[in-house]
Design a protein around this ligand. Structure first.
Ligand SMILES: Nc1ncnc2c1ncn2[C@@H]1O[C@H](COP(=O)(O)OP(=O)(O)OP(=O)(O)O)[C@@H](O)[C@H]1O
Ligand SMILES: [Mg+2]
Length: 243
């Protein structure tokens, strides 16, 4: 009943941005209650850029993603998406059609592996599913399961290891082939070499998607063009390499 009582969110019908997407954030402030999580922060993420976001637990990394995806509204400031053709899109729920988001924590459902992956793209063929599993570095372990894609898993991926569940969650996002990918500590349970392989797959995708990688691990920054560090309501930018 609570869910039914939530008013329908406004979405902009104009889907005018195409291909690689960037985002420009100006004078953004936000507070849940009294204390500001962000004090007037400014940044831009260019189309095709990989940005690593770091900062202490509870500093506001996930909150920043909620703002970028319009799940919550800034107290002040603007968030605008744009493409390489000079088109812009105002922030609304529509923006989520352009973004693949892997949230923090395990978000698998009970059912077969196939059903879980199809949540990302309802009409995907088995070939597309295997391609997404390959990109998410989980093809090998699914192939070894006697029931393969028809293997039934429990709620939150019960029956799988944490890292296997995490990779299936990534495959479910990658099957959408979005131009903007957000991973919120989505590789935290993987060993460094598996994580590296997955990030290599992401940066080899054509066209190269724009990526936000929230992480506590320095090794992820090897795949990023810039590092954003959140601290005390501010965002500090460090350049790592060219896009
Ligand atoms: N829905 C909410 N209502 C009120 N306060 C919240 C809400 N969600 C988060 N917070 C608070 O906002 C702050 C930032 O939380 P956030 O989840 O963005 O942190 P984080 O940087 O992602 O941390 P972690 O690394 O642990 O995931 C925290 O102090 C948290 O308690
Ligand atoms: Mg978080």
């Amino acid at each position: 009943m609570d869910i039914q009582d939530i008013p329908l969110e406004e979405c902009i019908e104009d889907r005018n941005i195409k291909g690689n997407i960037g985002v420009s954030v100006k004078n953004l402030s936000f507070a849940y209650d009294r204390d500001n999580i962000f004090n007037n922060i400014n940044f831009e993420i260019k189309p095709g850029e990989f940005v690593g976001i770091m900062g202490k637990s509870g500093i506001g990394k996930t909150t920043l993603i909620r703002l970028l995806m319009n799940f919550i509204t800034p107290s002040t400031g603007s968030i605008n998406y744009y493409d390489n053709h000079g088109n812009e899109m105002q922030l609304s729920g529509t923006v989520r059609e352009y973004i693949s988001y892997v949230p923090q924590g395990n978000t698998l459902f009970s059912g077969t592996i196939r059903k879980n992956i199809l949540i990302g793209k309802e009409d995907a063929t088995d070939e597309e599913i295997w391609d997404a599993l390959d990109k998410a570095v989980c093809k090998d372990f699914v192939e070894l399961l006697p029931e393969g894609l028809d293997t039934v898993i429990g709620e939150k991926g019960m029956g799988l290891s944490e890292g296997q569940a995490q990779r299936l969650g990534l495959a479910r996002a990658l099957i959408r082939k979005s131009d903007f990918i957000i991973l919120d500590e989505a590789t935290s349970a993987l060993d460094e070499s598996t994580e590296g392989l997955l990030l290599e797959h992401l940066s080899d995708m054509t066209p190269r998607p724009t990526c936000i990688l929230i992480t506590h691990r320095k090794s992820v920054l090897n795949y990023c063009n810039r590092e954003f560090v959140l601290e005390g309501g501010n965002l500090n930018v460090r350049s790592i390499g060219q896009v």
